[in-house]
Design a protein around this ligand. Structure first.
Ligand code: 8YV
Length: 329
């Protein structure tokens, strides 16, 4: 007799092809309404769950993880960021955590470029005007923005996504600068013609554009504090496609309103789906609703990573995208 299929609980609606495969392979409970699950509902459901598939909208804090049933052995996150999961609590309980790295790199870098172009070139403001029927026509000084080409881009976090942003920005003739805990390999630096700044503050003060591409951790929360935002050049643009918590959002709104910054392009926010009201009022800010990985292909690829992680785990192997326990442990 074969073992019963493992019970998998998926907290949000995933692409159809992924849900179909999950159902074929495992005893899967889906969420057809796509309503976020409360912590209480998650805890209650964990009694009948071997594998949980959460997303960024599930807050798996230490008290929630501690209250989950002993039966739950794997948290196979749909997404690369795992800051919504208390990894230490999972590790303490011996619960494995996996994510979906690599497959959303290019999509997120594309969206970063879209924000980096649309904020200084006033694309959204222009779109609004063009639709309004109130455009009076071309004039030599009409709706001038800031040039992107030839500008200095400072990338905070030169991992997969940061490097993919650098590659694209090279194509726009930007000069690449980065701050990362560790300097990247010299071959990568040479390919990207990238300059490493050991000191974040020094880099920030010299850049025209800043792109946030580091993960959100206890160390990177409010990395762009009000003091740091105020140290940027007054024409500088800030782009964030990582996590809202890395920038002090209220301070960013204040700085933009005070005119100490050129503008911002944001895809992520500190209290999603809430967005600081003062940011929503400003014309020099382009706001996207957390779309970094939102392509049809990207979301299917993320789902495929989830499937692979679950399948290798239930087959008794170490899942490839383990975050907890970390590889090498
Ligand atoms: C995902 C993301 O859409 O993968 C991530 O970390 O931020 C997004 O691109 C989201 O996490 C899905 O859970």
């Amino acid at each position: 007799m074969t073992d019963p299929k493992p019970a998998v609980l998926v907290t949000r609606k995933l692409p159809q092809a992924i849900e179909t495969r999950l159902k074929e392979l495992f005893e899967t409970r889906l969420n057809p309404t796509d309503e976020p699950m409360s912590a209480e509902a998650l805890i209650a459901a964990s009694a009948e769950t071997d594998v949980l598939v959460p997303t960024v909208t599930d807050r798996l804090t230490a008290p929630v993880i501690d209250a989950l049933s002993e039966r739950l052995r794997l948290i196979a996150n749909f997404g690369v960021g795992v800051d919504h999961i208390d990894l230490a609590a999972a590790a303490a309980r011996g619960v494995l955590v996996t994510n979906t790295p690599g497959v959303l790199t290019e999509d997120t870098a594309d969206l970063t470029m879209a924000l980096m172009l649309s904020a200084p070139r006033r694309m959204v403001e222009g779109d609004r005007l063009a639709r309004s029927g109130e455009w009076d026509g071309w004039t030599p000084t009409f709706m001038m923005g800031e040039r992107v080409s030839g500008k200095r881009l400072g990338i905070v976090g030169m991992g997969r996504i940061g490097s993919a942003v650098a590659r694209r920005a090279r194509g726009f003739s930007m000069s690449i600068h980065y701050h990362n805990r560790r300097r990247v390999h010299r071959d990568v630096e040479a390919e990207l013609e990238a300059t490493w700044w050991e000191d974040l503050d020094q880099m920030l003060a010299h850049m025209d554009f800043i792109s946030i591409n580091c993960p959100h951790t206890a160390e990177t929360r409010h990395l762009l504090s009000e003091a740091r935002l105020r140290s940027l050049q007054p024409h500088a643009f800030v782009v964030n496609t990582s996590r809202g918590e890395i920038i002090d959002e209220a301070a960013l709104a204040r700085c933009l309103a005070d005119g100490v910054l050129g503008g911002a392009g944001l895809d992520v926010y500190e209290r999603e789906p809430e967005i600081e009201e003062n940011l929503r009022r400003l014309d020099n800010v382009v706001l996207a609703p957390h779309l970094g990985s939102a392509t049809r292909e990207g979301r299917i690829a993320m789902g495929e990573r989830v499937l692979i992680n679950i399948k290798t785990f239930v087959d008794g192997h170490s899942p490839p995208d383990r975050v907890v326990p970390a590889h090498g442990l």
